[in-house]
Ligand binder design. Sequence first.
Ligand code: GLA
Length: 403
Amino acid sequence: MSETINHINKGETGASSHTTIVATLKETFAELYGTIPLIVQSPGRVNIIGEHTDYNEGFVLPAAIDKAAYVAVSLRDDTAIHLTALDLHENFTTSIEDLRPIGDISWPNYMLGAAAQFAKKNIALKGFNAVLMSNIPIGAGLSSSAAVECAMVFALNELLQAGVEKMEMVKMAQKAEHEYATVMCGIMDQFASMMGKENHVIKLDCRSLTYEYVPFNMEGIKILLLNTNVKHSLASSEYNTRRNECAQAVKWVKEHVADVHSLRHVTEAMLDAYVLPKDALIDKRARFVVQEINRLEQACANLRQGDIQALGVNMFATHDGLSQMYGVSCKELDWLVDAVRNDEQVLGSRMMGGGFGGCTINLVKEDYIDELVVRIAPAYQAAMGLPLTHYVATIQKGTAIIE
Ligand code: GLA
């Protein structure tokens, strides 16, 4: 395996539009390999509510958005794997005989991890060329890595004619993250990226993996993402710690209630009786999850009734729980939520995703977005010493072949 990452002089490709990305991928592929690739697009995601519930067998309410990772892929006649990340001007070469995670948690791992899942399923893998581009901001909590994993699994499934079903591909993409990026993530990100549907959020039961598309049509209201620009560097170690804390709570409850297998089955009364007396911190972590699973049910009812006001109140409650009970927020995320908490034009706001940085998700009256950003961006910069970036997200379809 070549551990050297060479720099490719392709000029600045930056965060481009869909059309530019597709054209650039085609052009680059022709230059590098002289062939026409399969191009697959897989989106980033937002999550309306239901945070840190997926690995506790609860519910989540995510949606795919209009920012995506794109891979252009073709099979080779030999066993080599040639990868290029065009935005980063980097490439990486290995072979199917030498598939293993590479040292740093970086982009080749997402692609190699995806390829490795086929070998693990005894599906004959072939050498391949792949060029990656993305306009999902990295480290913003919008699941840029899940998008790459899904795009890669989807593309290889197509090219190898492996016939793997979509839900199985979701699980393969999740395993790529576990095994090659060593984050023991739940299933939400890969699921949302693969299964997204235009103008719908998805209520996913992470225990049974059954799901339902819920229309997300809010007249005059948009999803505004405010990026703290804090890279969530603590996220992977703390994430795995939270998983273990939840597992410990389940273990203590299970000593008394045998049929409990996850926090999905746990009530606050059980926590009072079996967890709180043992460890106040573990109790706080588990109690957040139990409350969040219930809060998601309320939020879905709010959405169906068109009661965005009530949905917003639930989002603020989720933020407070993530910050004060689950311990996965940071001062920048708290600042952004507090900055809009009493603003009547902002219906709901909370940190989103794993935590420790990334974006807040806000439901904001459309006409007010520019004014809001102009008001809080300088104040955020002054208070936190970081720039504030923002994106208005629309809800789009999941992983798909472009051509
Ligand atoms: C990350 C993980 C998801 C989920 C969220 C928190 O995005 O990848 O599986 O656990 O954090 O809800």
